[in-house]
Design a protein around this ligand. Structure first.
Ligand SMILES: O=C[C@H](O)[C@H](O)[C@H](O)COP(=O)(O)O
Length: 262
């Protein structure tokens, strides 16, 4: 079961393993999407199997639902859960106020609905995801397929008046055809480079007809568990008033899953 991980995968793994400690018996837990969240699902599956942890998981994508079932986590829908104690998810970028860009894997819509329905959202990320200002990672915007080019033109026109460095956008592709989300929508990736006012950007994007949701998560995340390539983790909790940058811990990586498939 012991596998040699690259530093980046080790960072993701230790963040996920540390964040799994937030999960308590009986909780309803939102399960994020992506390579980091997949580690978390594996960790929780191990806790269910070996420690008798009883949780109900609400996945944020079909691929997370499949993985959760594979590792033995009871899966329920958000409407069955109604509310969640905790959501743990990855991110593409996080800043000093724990605002996020998400949706690199195309799951931002379900992720935002699930995170917003949770008492607490914890993000797991390797240190490479930390930025001073959001926007180097292209901002995913989910749009309905009907008239998507018109929506794209409107989005780009709107960007002209906003505090961003880049204004072009691209339709996310899956080979030769558009990438389609779990909800049957398309994704526009906005190459903004730097988002001066992320709060305003999130509001403006969602006002446009044709836009379903955007990947900016503002004031949703409560804590970030940051993994480092050498096995250290750091927990930054926004609810403690100041974000504590000095809480370094070390997570054992002796027993690693060798068959992560995300
Ligand atoms: O749509 C995907 C999600 O927002 C992911 O949580 C995000 O893209 C981070 O993914 P990863 O952990 O693979 O970097």
């Amino acid at each position: 079961m012991t596998g040699e991980l690259s530093p980046i995968d080790k960072a993701k793994f230790v963040a996920a393993k540390r964040a799994a400690q937030f999960v308590e018996d009986g909780m309803r837990v939102g399960l994020g999407t992506g390579s980091t969240a997949a580690w978390l699902v594996r960790c929780l599956g191990e806790m269910v199997r070996d420690d008798g942890l009883r949780i109900k998981g609400v996945p944020t994508s079909t691929r997370t639902a499949q993985l959760a079932r594979e590792v033995g986590i009871e899966v329920i829908s958000l409407d069955e859960a109604k509310w969640l104690d905790l959501t743990i998810d990855g991110a593409d970028e996080f800043d000093g106020e724990l605002n996020l860009i998400k949706g690199g894997g195309g799951a931002l819509l379900q992720e935002k609905i699930v995170a917003t329905a949770s008492d607490q959202m914890v993000v797991i990320a390797d240190i490479g995801k930390e930025v001073e200002t959001l926007g180097a990672f292209p901002l995913p915007v989910e749009v309905i397929p009907f008239g998507w080019q018109t929506t794209q033109a409107l989005v780009e026109e709107t960007l002209v008046s906003m505090d961003v460095l880049g204004r072009n956008s691209t339709l996310r592709m899956n080979g030769e055809i558009p990438f389609v989300t779990d909800e049957g929508n398309y994704i526009l990736d906005l190459h903004l480079k730097r988002i001066g006012n992320a709060r305003q950007m999130a509001l403006v994007m969602n006002q446009m007809p044709g836009v379903v949701e955007n990947g900016l998560f503002i004031d949703i995340c409560d804590a970030v568990v940051i993994g480092y390539g050498d096995g250290r983790v750091e927990v930054r909790d926004i609810n403690e008033g100041t974000v504590d940058r000095d809480k370094m811990e070390f997570v054992e990586t002796d027993n690693l899953f060798s068959d992560l498939s995300d």
